[in-house]
Design a protein around this ligand. Sequence first.
Ligand SMILES: *[C@@H]1O[C@H](CO)[C@@H](O)[C@H](O)[C@H]1NC(C)=O
Length: 334
Amino acid sequence: MLALTASVLLLAAAAALPTNDLVISKLGGDRYQYMRAGNGVLHLVDTWLKVSDLNAAARYAPDTQNVYHLFTRANPTVSQPILIGANGVLGSSNFNPSRRTIMILHGWIDNVLGDVTTVLIPAFLEAEDVNVIAVDWSAGASTINYAAAVVNTVTSGEAVARFINWLNQSTGSTPAQFHIAGHSLGGHQSGIIGRNVNGNIACLRALDPALPGWITNDNKFRANDGAYTEVIHTNAGLLGYITNLGHTDFYPNGGINMPGCNSQQCDHDRCFYYLAESLRTGGFTGTRCATYAGAMTGNCVLWGNLQMGGLRPKTGSTGIYYLQTNAAPPFSRG
Ligand SMILES: *[C@@H]1O[C@H](CO)[C@@H](O)[C@H](O)[C@H]1NC(C)=O
């Protein structure tokens, strides 16, 4: 409540200032960057936060605008949309609190029709009888204004945490049954959800979490946001975050350029194809590295292997890992 009041006050104060004043100029990286949206279109964006961005962000109301699309083995292709507080809808849905629940979060200018959800929903449903909830936060993510989308990543994450708390109270489903996987801006958002939920989420996965706007941003993904946290880096230092952020961090093929890809967007998206394959077949054995720089150069000689991805959290595991993949499916070399 204190944090909410503070941010409301900040917005009220901000509204009195000229609209193009910079609020935060050190969110990290170059100010103007070309970024590719979830729909593949390239945009030149201003990654620094301005008063006008806060005004734009203030119009996003995630508690009413986020839509939670439930998929289960009984409805694998047509979702049951659920809004927070809609107890009747939840009660008549296929949500089963005795099963594990997988949540999937898309990134910037993306929605539940994008590749991260269309790839991961069937992969999780094939691998286990789970509830899959694809979070549509496109009301916050689909602005061309990237800095506002970064702010919305935080408010959306807080709202998703309230949704999980509501599921907990309404159905008895516990945070220990949750596994959250988010791509790009959704990668950082999975950590924000974890640290705002009542309880400890079993597994949080950040899939090539975004770099622009997050270097000096305290809201970025953190290792202790969940009981087990894992990061898969596939475009590190460009669209994706460069340094290690989780209990475990994987840098397949060095984490920057993926075999079979000829664009940064392809590299940035490869992480969820790897995760989907790992749910079906396992594989992706990582070799332990001393540092992320070692992982990026494949200079890994430490004892200890760990599988990347997979259906189950590897609670208690830590470290930075390197592995090589094939250029096309099957990506895993074992
Ligand atoms: C909510 O989750 C907690 C674990 O964090 C659990 O102990 C509690 O029983 C759950 N609430 C309900 C109503 O089941």
